[in-house]
Design a protein around this ligand. Structure first.
Ligand SMILES: [Cu+2]
Length: 391
């Protein structure tokens, strides 16, 4: 309920008073009372239309204050995605694996001092990791608790056309308060690293957080011999701007983004997904040359070596290396505007050159000191200029 809706309700009630309580308003004639009755009814129609209209930008959440528990849950969700903990399905009697995704609005802290309204699946940005296997029969019950219609698209998967999630073409949009069930069988074409995302008002809804990582394993996966990490890059718009100006790894910007520990000498596989609606990202790893093994989920016939990999919007890459060089190694987007956090007005802290956005660290440590619990990529406390990113 916006402040304007409250105002119009009061106006409608005021106009209706002489109609229902004529005694104190004896001087009003019948025509005046009829006019007030029509005015009151008209205002009520405006209110009902306004509340049920799904085309406008929704009202912001009443408060963006975020509790310590919420912040901890969001950091753990980001870390769970990094360590590939996937959403658990309900197994139906016929063996179909049924997943439940609910899209809703909630508060989220991107970096210290910057809480935003986000939209996400199952209260997370990115949505939970979905991990499927070739041959499985799957269903996704997608419930819409957003203030506007939505849909879900399986990016890179050759699903039947009526499961493709494109409103007006393959389905009607999922209206607020309703749900839609997608169902398909996982085919060999689908193997690899992909993403899922909304396909209604894509630019707005993706930058609010309606996206997630989707991995399809082969029917008989070879035994894992590498530490696997997942980083999803995404964008937000802070302040009055139509440009993406805040960037997050697994939904959190540096210093909140989760860091990854890998054992010295171990093999590492990083799955990278660009869920930004508009911006490309050039992900660069310090201290290493890595091998680009797959793009958009497709294994390369000729894997190649690099220290940066360019990902356009919606592109994915699998990169691998052996962690032979000990130490903490920066992993970041090399579009330098993407490694600065904006202030609350949307202005970047260029003058302070504080690190933010798409920055994290790969810590190559002895095997017995590898940690898998959430650890933030960094701390800005030691820098007095950067300690106040919301200024
Ligand atoms: Cu970037």
């Amino acid at each position: 309920m916006t402040i304007w809706n409250s105002f119009w309700i009061l106006a409608a009630l005021a106009a209706a008073v002489p109609v229902f309580y004529p005694q104190p308003f004896k001087k009003l004639d019948g025509a005046a009372r009829s006019f007030l009755a029509v005015l009151s009814a008209g205002l009520l129609v405006v209110i009902i239309f306004s509340v049920h209209s799904n085309t406008g930008t929704p009202a912001p959440l009443a408060s963006l204050a975020i509790s310590t528990e919420e912040l901890k849950a969001q950091q753990e969700a980001a870390n769970n995605l990094l360590h590939h903990q996937a959403l658990a399905p309900v197994i139906l009697p016929d063996g179909t694996r049924e997943y439940h995704l609910t899209a809703s609005a909630f508060k989220r802290e991107l970096y210290p001092g910057m809480a935003v309204e986000a939209w996400g699946y199952n209260h997370q940005v990115p949505g939970p990791l979905i991990r499927l296997k070739v041959g499985e029969k799957v269903k996704f019950v997608v419930r819409n608790e957003l203030p506007q219609p939505t849909s879900l698209h399986w990016h890179g998967l050759a699903v039947p056309q009526n499961q493709d999630g494109v409103p007006g073409v393959s389905q009607k949009p999922i209206q607020p308060g309703s749900q839609f069930t997608y169902a398909f069988t996982v085919t060999p074409q689908m193997a690899g690293t992909h993403l899922y995302h909304t396909h209604v008002r894509d630019d707005l809804q993706m930058n609010m957080g309606l996206h997630g990582v989707l991995i399809v394993d082969p029917a008989e996966p070879s035994p894992a011999d590498a530490v696997e990490g997942i980083y999803e890059m995404s964008s937000f718009k802070i302040g009055k701007t139509d440009q993406e100006n805040a960037f997050a790894l697994n939904g959190l910007a540096y210093p909140n983004a989760p860091a990854l520990d890998v054992p010295l000498g171990g093999k590492v596989l990083l799955r990278l997904v660009n869920a930004s609606a508009e911006q490309s990202h050039v992900m660069h790893l310090h201290g290493y040359t890595f091998t680009v093994n797959a793009l958009d989920g497709n294994p390369l016939a000729h894997p190649y070596q690099a220290n940066t990999v360019l990902l356009g919007p919606s592109q994915t890459a699998d990169i691998a290396f052996t962690a032979s060089n000990p130490g903490s190694w920066m992993f970041h987007c090399h579009i330098l505007d993407h490694m600065i956090n904006p202030s609350s007005t949307g202005v970047e802290n260029d003058d302070a050159a504080c690190m933010g956005g798409l920055v994290t660290f790969i810590n190559v440590v002895p095997k017995n000191s590898v940690q898998s619990a959430y650890r933030s990529a960094g701390s800005i406390d030691s820098d007095p200029v950067c300690a106040n990113p919301g200024r």
